[in-house]
Structures are given as C-alpha cells and as structure tokens.
Design a protein around this ligand. Structure first.
Ligand SMILES: Nc1ncnc2c1ncn2[C@@H]1O[C@H](COP(=O)(O)OP(=O)(O)OP(=O)(O)O)[C@@H](O)[C@H]1O
Length: 563
C-alpha cells in the first residue's frame, strides 16, 4: 500500500491557537475537520467591517503549479463577488506553504447537522413552521446561486449553517475552487447520502441534482434522520436509484410532503427548480407570512431603537439639569429670606414640569417616526407593484391571523420552543437588522416574480459551464484512499481494507446488497460506520476499474464519472 499524506502531521503548529497566518489572521481555535479540510476560527486584524471573527479553511494540497494557482484565484474572485444573506460570505483564498486557505464568514450557530443531532435525544421534532422558515431561506440561497449559473454540488445539512438564527449556505466554494485545478482534490465529499440518482446512472449534474440534495435536507429537517441511509454502500446506491422516496412524519402537512416528493423525483426533469418551489402556492403563502413577520420584527426593532435613543438623550439632559438645579439652589438658598426661597421652589417646580412636557413630546415624536417609517416601507412595497400591492392591504389584524396560523400548525409532536430570530424579543444588532432587511428584500422579490419570467437559466448543466468536473477513476481512487487513511489511520485502514477485500460476499464488501450491518469484527476496529462505507466505496471503484461490466450485473447501471 503506498504511503499517503497525513494532513494533521505537518504544519499543525502553524495553525495552533495564537498563531498568526498570512500576517493578518490570529488563530483562536480549531472548529473541526472534514473530508479534506481543517477549519479554524480566526480573528482578522485587517477586517474592513465590524466582523473580525472569520473562518479559515485549510486544505493540504502539496505544491501547486503556477497555472493551478491562477485558476483557483479566478474561481475565488467569482465567489467573493457573491452577496446574499443566505450564502456564507467568501472573503478570499491564498496559499500558505503547502496549504490552500479560504477565509469565509463565521456562523456562530454551527451547522444544521449538529442542530438536528442535538434533537435526537429529545424525541421532539422541529415545528413545521421552523422547517418551512429554514427551507425558504435555503431555497432563496440556492435560487441566487442557480441564477448565476453556479451549482452547489454538495448541499447537505453539514454545509448549511446558522448565524443569528438565520440560514447561511456554505462550502460550495471549496469544491469549485479545487475541482478545476488540483489533481486529487475532487467534488467527491465522502457522503453519498445526498447524491442524486443521475449521478450514479449517468454522468450529468445540473441544478436539479442540487434540488434532489435539498429534498434530502428537507426530509432530514423534518424527520431528524437521513432520507437515504444504509451502511452498505451498494445498498445505499440502490435505495437512491431505485428505492421509494421517504415521506415526512404524519404531523407534517400534506402540502409540504408533496413538495418533498417532487424534489425527490427520480427523474430530474420532473423536479421543480428553486424558483418554481418558491412559487408553489403553499410555499408562496409562507413566503408572504415570513415577509410580514420580518416586517413586524423590523418595525418593532426600529421602535425599540428609536425610543431607546431618545430616552438616552432625555435622560442625559435631565441629569444635567438636575445637577445644575441643585448647584444653583444651594448657592441661592444661602442668602435668601423665606419668601424668596418659596418663589425659588415654585420656579423649580415649573421648570420640572417643562422638562416633563419635553420628555412626553420627544416620546411622541419617536412613536411618529416609527409609524412614518412603517408607512413609507409599505408605500414603497406598493409602488414596486405586482403582488406587493396585496401586502399593503393586509392590516395588523391579518398579520396576527397569519402568525396564529403558523403557531397552530405546531402539533403535539413538535417542540414549541421558538428557535428563530423571528421569536426574539431582544433588540436586534445592526448586523442582524441588515441581514433581516436583506432577507425581507429577497422575500418581496419572490412575491414580485411571476412564474412566467422565472429562471430560464435554471436548467443549466454543469457541462455548459466552463468548469471541468470530470475526474478520472484513478484520481478518485487516490483521493478516496487518502481520505480513508486520514480518517482511520494507516493500520486500521489496512485491516479493514483486507478484511472487506478478502471475502466481499460475506463481509459487506462492494458486491454485497443484503447485509446492512457492519460485521462485528469491523466494529472492533471502526467506531463510525461511515468510515466502512468509504472503504466499501474504494473497493467498489477499484472493482469498477478492473471490470466495469460487473457493475451492471449488480443492478446499478453505468456508474457516472462525475461524482
Ligand atoms: N463558516 C463556518 N462557520 C462556523 N463553523 C464552520 C464554518 N465552516 C465550517 N465550520 C465547522 O467546521 C467543522 C469542519 O467543517 P468542514 O466543512 O471542513 O467539514 P464537514 O462539513 O464537517 O465535512 P465535509 O468536509 O465532509 O463536508 C464543522 O464542524 C463545521 O460545522
């Protein structure tokens, strides 16, 4: 077995806490490591915004050739130009010794996978309202990417993050940057669970493959388990390619379930695009509800901040006045007769009442400001025409109604706790309020779009892009083997590999379609069944390299070379 790179063995000290990277990033702590990257929370001393906390993703790449660096830089430039509230912002990429580094926005809420795992022990599902809020936000981000002819290609709960209670899709940049340039970096993620059937049956990948993955994410948000899951790789692929699509637990509405079924249609042409999904009447109703809720939240927040700003001014003025009053009173009282002291007290009372009036006046002014801003936002929405006119007609009563509708959908299987920023009673930070404004604009944009002028470019295929996604099986084998060694260690990998390779039919090897369980022997070596899955994939690929026709007999058809 050839010796393979271990990314953790080199350069670790360069990224240890307190270390400075590229003369501007100070490492705070390691956030975790994935299939081909280690992720750190860093402080950016040259940050142009208030946000100095960033994420630095380090990918060990060995030596880059000049043209590879240029290609990665071009890709990075494209990614850094993307600006959307549902997309993790990509700041820049650079090469530091033999690491390729990517700096992105930090999402303090962690990823959706962790959020779902946290629920496992509680037995409580997320409410339909929560799932819909997340789904709509993810759809907005995916729609934005697809409109710009960008495919994510790795949508999964681990790549969807939460920041200030709102969704941010991340990690789409990494594979894009690496796929075109580096030999052993690949679109392959080590997690086949979200891959669409067409990836296995033919070599095409288009926006509808992203939609399939999004369907898997939707199912997972609702059921807290993966849509397709099996410890045998071949059986997992069978499930994806030929098995029935799962349905959401009964407590979810039939409308949401119908959307899931469309997203998980085996035929990619029958899956709705992101825009079509957002324009489905059921989702569109919820988009409207969300837009109202956001408006309400932003109005309340504006009220809070106006009032608190004015209050601070008034309090400061009062404090100063009281101080001056007491100084003056003390000075005057010394040489005054009783009549003059009484007059002085009357004057002071009159002044206090004047101050009180000023306080009341200022308070009313700030209330008027809130109302004015609310009216002008509604007027603006109305001017923009289309469906926005209907927003104008909805009064507070119907807003209340909408919120109640959402609430009543909770059902007893759901956790009633409000997890989102919508339920927050706290005043918003400037950053939160900017994000919410941006989200609200996106929602209003959806309500304005008619189904006829929607995404013509939504049908793009990867082949139509100027990105070479094809990777030789040899390269995939090399990369996969490297990942197995990274995850299992050299010795364990060799044990598992020889065990599965020696008698695949008995041991859940590549040709085994019956056995779902990791054999006991393997469990003593490997704690995470996912790692066995990777070794099975490796064996499967090697088998494909030797005898491709055998795979047809295994019932999978031609395995595409694009995954
Ligand atoms: N922008 C971010 N903000 C906050 N945490 C992040 C961010 N990006 C990654 N992380 C965290 O860093 C850890 C490693 O992430 P990484 O994307 O490298 O691997 P992964 O998604 O877990 O696996 P894979 O590489 O197989 O996709 C995860 O716990 C992830 O939640």
């Amino acid at each position: 077995m050839e010796s393979l790179l271990n990314p953790e063995s080199n350069l670790t000290s360069l990224f240890s806490p307190g270390a400075s990277v590229a003369g501007r990033y100070t490492v705070q702590r390691k956030l975790g490591s994935g299939s081909f990257a280690t992720v750190y929370l860093v402080l950016d001393s040259k940050s142009k915004s208030d946000e100095d906390r960033k994420v630095l993703k380090r990918i060990l790449v060995g030596e880059l050739k000049g043209d590879e660096t240029v290609s990665s830089a071009k890709e990075a430039q494209l990614l850094s130009s993307l600006e959307h509230p549902a997309i993790v912002h990509f700041y820049c990429s650079f090469v530091e010794l033999d690491s390729f580094c990517i700096a992105t926005e930090y999402c303090e809420g962690g990823d959706l996978d962790n959020r779902i795992r946290d629920r496992w022990g509680t037995g409580r599902l997320f409410s339909e309202r929560q799932v819909l809020e997340w789904l709509i936000q993810i759809l907005l981000g995916v729609q934005y990417l697809h409109e710009r002819l960008i495919l994510h290609r790795d949508l999964k709960t681990k790549n969807i993050f939460l920041k200030n209670g709102m969704i941010k899709i991340g990690d789409f940049g990494v594979s894009r940057i690496l796929s075109g340039s580096l030999d052993y970096a690949t679109t392959f993620t080590g997690t086949p669970h979200y891959m669409s059937p067409e990836i296995f049956t033919c070599s095409s990948y288009d926006t509808k493959s992203d939609i399939w993955s999004l369907g898997c994410v939707l199912y997972e948000m609702g059921a807290l388990t993966r849509a397709f899951d099996n410890q045998s790789w071949v059986k997992l692929v069978h499930q994806i390619v030929q098995g029935p699509s799962p349905t959401l637990p009964d407590c979810f509405s039939s409308e949401l379930n119908a959307i899931l079924q469309r997203m998980l249609d085996k035929d990619p042409t029958k899956r709705p695009s992101a825009t079509e999904t957002l324009k489905t009447p059921f989702i569109e109703e919820n988009v409207k509800s969300l837009a109202f809720q956001l408006e309400d939240l932003l109005d309340r927040d504006l009220g809070k901040s106006c009032v608190s700003e004015e209050s601070a001014q008034i309090a400061a003025a009062l404090e100063q006045k009281v101080h001056l009053d007491s100084l003056r009173a003390a000075a005057q009282a010394q040489g005054l007769d009783p009549r003059e002291r009484r007059r002085l007290r009357q004057d002071q009372r009159a002044e206090r009442s004047k101050v009180q009036k000023a306080v009341d006046q200022l308070y009313q002014q700030s209330q008027k400001k809130v109302l004015k801003s609310r009216r002008s936002r509604k007027a603006q929405a109305s001017d923009e025409g289309g469906e926005l006119g209907s927003l104008d007609e909805v009064d507070q009563g119907s807003l209340q109604q909408t919120s109640e509708d959402w609430d009543s959908e909770g059902g007893s299987d759901f956790d009633e706790l409000e997890e989102t920023v919508m339920g927050s009673m706290l005043a918003l930070s400037v950053e939160q309020s900017c994000t919410l404004h941006a989200y609200q604009n996106c929602l209003l944009g959806i309500l304005q779009t008619s189904t006829t002028d929607e995404d013509q470019c939504d049908t793009l295929t990867e082949a139509s892009q100027d990105v070479n996604m094809t990777m030789s099986i040899e390269s995939k084998i090399k990369h996969l083997q490297q990942m197995c060694v990274e995850q299992l260690g050299d010795d364990v990998f060799q044990q598992v590999y020889s065990y599965l390779n020696s008698a695949p039919q008995q041991h859940g090897g590549p040709s085994d379609c019956e056995n779902d369980l990791v054999p006991e022997q393997l469990q003593t070596w490997v704690q995470d069944p996912q790692h066995c899955l990777m070794v099975q994939q490796l064996l499967f690929l090697k088998e494909q390299l030797r005898e491709p026709s055998d795979l047809k007999q295994a019932g999978i058809g031609t395995l595409g070379t694009d995954w």
